[in-house]
Design a protein around this ligand. Sequence first.
Ligand SMILES: Nc1ncnc2c1ncn2[C@@H]1O[C@H](COP(=O)(O)OP(=O)(O)OP(=O)(O)O)[C@@H](O)[C@H]1O
Ligand SMILES: [Mg+2]
Length: 638
Amino acid sequence: MEILTEERIALKLKEILSKAERHVYICSAWIRGDTLKDLLNDLKDNVRLEVVIRSSSFEDMNTTDPHFFSLITRKGGDIFISKRLHAKFVIVDSKFAVVGSANITRSGLEKGGNFETVVYTEDIQEISALEKTFELIKEESYKLSDAVALVIDSITSRTGRVILLKELDEHSYVKIPISKGNFLLCRIFDIRSFNPAFGTESISEGGFLKRVFTEKEESWKAAALFAKMAECYEVKEAKVEVLGEYEESKDLFKTPFTPLKAGSPVETLKEEENLKAVLLKNHSGYPMRLPVPVGKLQGTNAEAFLDMEKVISMHMAVVGATGSGKTTFVKKILKELKEPVKVYVFDLYGEYYEDLKRNRNVRKVSIPNVLFPLDSEDMKRIIREGGLILSERSTEEKTVISLFKRYLRPDLNRTVFNTKSFEDILKEAVLLVKDSSLGDLLLETLESLKNSFGKEALRNQSKVVRMLKESLNFKEGIVIYDFKETDIAETSINIAGLLLKEILKISKRDASDKLVVLEEAHNFVPERGTGDIPAGRENLAYISAKRIAMEGRKLKLGIVAITQRPAGISKFVFSQLNTRIVFKLISRNDLEAVSPFFEVSREDIFNLLPFLKPGTAYVSGIAVPFSFLFYMEEITSR
Ligand SMILES: Nc1ncnc2c1ncn2[C@@H]1O[C@H](COP(=O)(O)OP(=O)(O)OP(=O)(O)O)[C@@H](O)[C@H]1O
Ligand SMILES: [Mg+2]
């Protein structure tokens, strides 16, 4: 041990620092860059530098100058700030230490400065104790490089204002540490940049602006404004929204109850460490049971997931304008859905099979163009298209209609089409009324329908029924009902209705996970009064889908309803779809239909909807830990 004073302090420090091989720990309440630079002249590269300084009032930063910070940053060191630090010591490689009264400042170390005394020691035990003290000080200090912003104040319990310390993009994800390993997950939005130097005083006094804007010479005016702006500096303020609280020891993503505190540092998220854990939770905060990747969290490289278990139990809506990426998205999740979930896809345009067959064991059922009335009302509508309006005025008409009523049942096992074709039924009707003019009219109608829809469309019914029944026993994980060939809208809806009814029955017997994908869902479950498709009683697809939406949770049968027209889908069914994927939307009606899914703090995202690129969407609801924007990466296998 040696006691040192005057110039010998700096000399000793230089000497031990030049000997450093592994690490240097410095505590000094105040540090001047120049003074430290002299000491570190002979410091070898790759020596780890950790420095704690005091930061309890702005005064401290008048002494500890910017040069010090750039010096440490250049050397790859870490700076910690402490509110209570007053100690001054330097430890080198756990071998040499200097402890005393001198700060690393001019008055602390340079000739003619303060009277200082320090102790130099090589006592391993003492140095080890000093290192422990260093650790304790560090623990209570803040590591500066982590901070990207500071909380100024809170606006509501879940939003606040921050001042930015580094460049951040709109919609960045950040964290506010609460305690070791625990943090508030937050989102930055509404970034505002302003120039305090071009502040209110120059405007209110009128001096500067008056001088500039009363000048007639335009170019001088411009030059003067540029000159004023050159004096200005930019400050960025933003809003921060708390999305949830992560508790590391329980691996839980909780409702945030910790209030935002003014002065709290805001830090960048570590994608691997922080985001991964949270993105694999569902809305309950617990780990997802059936996670499927959907794309990347907007503004990050982190994979985002959906918990398909929650989709199966509580359904999902996928909405967006045409070409926004809905079908691409649903195909992607079906490819990723690895568990033995049985999927039935109602594919109106034949877009699924080719893509899915590469990854999954799929079976396609091609529905031919066929007339498929489910009841006498459907039948009357079709006959009207063939040119004959049937009412129940005459006895003959009553006879014919009662035949239709007897034969046509909205049930796959009870419909007459199990054994007879559309043509057969019409011919039977003709026989019943053969001596009347109605018989001739019916025959004419039959010919006219053959011309309009093709002979097969009137004869194929039993084949279709057989096909549908068989498809319900397929062993493949995904069954695709391809309606590409069907250009009779009512047929698609009726067949979907029959199938949905059967799928519901199957689910009651067999409790394994099942999923129904309904493309163009507004056709199957329309809101009353929109379009020309009947809602309510007559529409079997509507009745069945509604029942699935209500009972699906118990049956483990989920619906994924895809639509370009969220405003056109039954509000009742829509409200049961507890996970929502919203792609680009333009029309005001449709924007209004999805607006309830955007909380007040999400106004910025809602306003972004018309501008979203294909493949970018907003997800909210119970299958995700918090609502977020995500983007699908370009899908090449198209
Ligand atoms: N990252 C992306 N992910 C998905 N699709 C993308 C992406 N980038 C561009 N696209 C384009 O967007 C289109 C999305 O088409 P998709 O059929 O999925 O839309 P849709 O919403 O189902 O439309 P529609 O309502 O007409 O059925 C793709 O054909 C593709 O060309
Ligand atoms: Mg589509």
